[in-house]
Design a protein around this ligand. Structure first.
Ligand code: CDT
Length: 318
């Protein structure tokens, strides 16, 4: 086992944010959880996807209305500045998800990583946008991420910050193995993800228990297969009657859950994570340099959808 390299990781799950709740209310809740994270010796606290508002893609509306109500035109802005100020005062970094409107009027589902000096050291714009762009009039609610957001244009990148090599993604990205592999191929030791996962799937009659199962299995397998820690923060509970799963977790490179939320309210979970555990997995079973065979993975980048079978390069033995 390597010499330990520990950092304090907190995940701050949020209970519901209702339509009537304003930015000041969200920021006050985030600040309270940031204080708790610091009191538990956290270097870094992970907040959810779209942490400043309700999960508005569930509502049909014009893009302009969404922009006016739910998007941030700059970051930090006056409403969020107190969170940045508190981070500097406490000496703690944070991941924050929000809806971003650029000066060119492009809209992204965005997350930032802020270091202990209050500097934004990394920005990520969500790449795997789930849902639809049309109005599903018979559905109990919408999932309009494909209407309200552009596909992220910053790629999957990592930053050396807060004592670790850190990669970020957002919600549905966590279900795609490519997300984590692209991060781990850049040396990511810690992956951060915020999410809003509705408990009901409007596309098929998915049993509710599978929502938690697929969430956890994706994170546990991804942490293990990429020898990295993952911190995942939910926004959850019933937002104006629309329920979302909790299950915020910190997952070790072994795939084991080191900490898990037990409520559907604001709740801070914490683990003093040892990055050296990832080094051990990267040196042995997932020693990429020794064992990966990218010449046999070409279809992963050549194809989007499944296509015809590839001819074997050699005939099978007689
Ligand atoms: N926010 C988000 O990406 N939620 C998705 C729901 C997918 S169902 C249309 C998720 O993967 O949790």
């Amino acid at each position: 086992m390597k010499t330990s390299r520990k950092i304090g990781l907190a995940v701050a799950q949020m209970g519901p944010m209702h339509l009537a709740d304003d930015r000041a209310a969200a920021v006050a809740r985030l600040m309270e959880m940031m204080r708790e994270a610091k009191s538990r010796s956290a270097d870094l606290v992970v907040f959810p996807e779209l942490a400043l508002t309700t999960f508005f893609p569930r509502y049909w509306m014009l893009e302009k209305e969404a922009e006016d109500k739910f998007f941030e035109k700059s970051m930090p802005n006056a409403a969020v500045q107190p969170l940045f100020d508190l981070a500097v005062e406490l000496g703690i970094g944070f991941y924050l998800g929000y809806a971003e409107l650029t000066p060119e009027r492009r809209r992204f589902n965005t997350a930032i990583l802020v270091d202990k000096t209050g500097r934004i050291v990394q920005k990520y714009r969500k790449i795997h946008l789930p849902g639809h762009a049309d109005h599903k009039v018979n559905a109990p609610f919408q999932h309009l991420e494909k209407k309200f957001f552009d596909v992220g244009d910053l790629g999957f990148t990592v930053a050396d910050a807060l004592g670790a090599t850190i990669g970020m993604c957002i919600c549905n990205d966590r279900r795609w193995p490519e997300t984590w592999r692209v991060l781990s191929l850049q040396g990511a030791e810690l992956g951060l993800v915020g999410y809003n996962t509705p408990s009901w799937n409007i596309h098929w009659n998915e049993p509710v228990h599978l929502r938690m199962h697929t969430h956890l299995i994706a994170l546990q397998a991804s942490a293990y297969q990429n020898a990295m820690w993952i911190g995942a923060a939910a926004k959850c509970g019933s937002e104006d009657g629309f329920h979302m799963i909790g299950g915020s977790v910190i997952v070790a490179p072994s795939g084991e859950i080191a900490a898990q939320s037990s409520s559907e309210e604001d709740e801070v979970i914490f683990a003093n994570i040892d990055l050296a555990i990832g080094d051990t997995f990267r040196e042995h079973v997932f020693n990429f340099a020794k064992h990966r065979r990218p010449e046999h993975y070409r279809l992963i980048v050549e194809r989007t959808a499944a296509g015809p079978a590839v001819k074997p390069t050699e005939s099978p033995p007689e």
